[in-house]
Design a binder for this molecule. Structure first.
Ligand code: SF4
Length: 215
């Protein structure tokens, strides 16, 4: 049992903290889903598909990204199709696969709930600017670790993108460069889920991460 003289490890207490935040985020997800007439998994599928129109994205990808079983993903996809929020077309690379894309009605529903406030947003707003940046960098590092150990799919983050050139500029406020839009940007602008992301090969990702490390 934890006492002041015998605390749990910091690893354990950080995970306890993340679990409390995850609880608040689940409340947000249920509230948003209720407002959209969907359940949280269905709403998460709409959010995942947004901005992926040009890529092949099927049931297996949805299940892997949301951490749910393929039957659960299939049920939710079928429900969204019945509601007119997504459309299935045959895959262009593999005709046996289905490609999923949001309909205009699906996009409108998603945007209608995205503007709403939530507990998690309030918690992030409670941090000052430096604390927010430190947290963003810590999250990037943790997410990258999970994807590089194949625990989760590669996310659309700058640090895994072929367009990302870390510390390409001497300006400490805008040290990074995005070759997709040919513009510099700062640590605070690092993306977690960028629709223009194009995944770099593993060797390039490793080299980018090395260059991204402080010092
Ligand atoms: S395209 Fe997006 S993910 Fe890639 S470097 Fe630019 S901002 Fe980052």
């Amino acid at each position: 049992m934890e006492t002041p003289k015998n605390p749990l490890s910091i690893n354990c207490r950080i995970r306890e903290g993340l679990a409390r935040l995850a609880m608040a985020m689940r409340v947000d997800e249920w509230n948003k889903a209720k407002a959209s007439g969907l359940n949280p998994t269905q709403l998460a599928i709409l959010a995942l598909l947004e901005g992926r129109g040009q890529h092949e994205f099927g049931v297996k990808d949805i299940a892997a990204h949301l951490g749910v079983s393929q039957p659960t993903a299939t049920d939710s996809i079928n429900a969204l199709e019945r509601k007119g929020y997504l459309a299935k077309t045959p895959g262009q690379l593999d005709r046996r696969a289905v490609r999923l894309a949001l309909t205009p009605e699906g996009i409108a529903n998603l945007h209608a709930v995205e503007t709403s406030d939530g507990l998690a947003r309030q918690a992030v707003d409670a941090l000052d600017a430096d604390e927010q940046q430190d947290l963003l960098l810590a999250l990037v590092k943790m997410i990258r670790h999970l994807q590089e150990t194949d625990a989760i799919p590669v996310q659309r983050m700058c640090v895994t993108c072929r367009y990302f050139a870390p510390f390409a500029h001497s300006d400490s406020a805008q040290p990074h460069h995005c070759n997709f839009v040919d513009a510099s940007f700062g640590q605070r602008e690092l993306r977690i889920d960028c629709r223009d992301h194009d995944q770099a090969d593993p060797a390039s990702r490793a080299a980018t991460w090395e260059a991204f490390q402080p010092g």
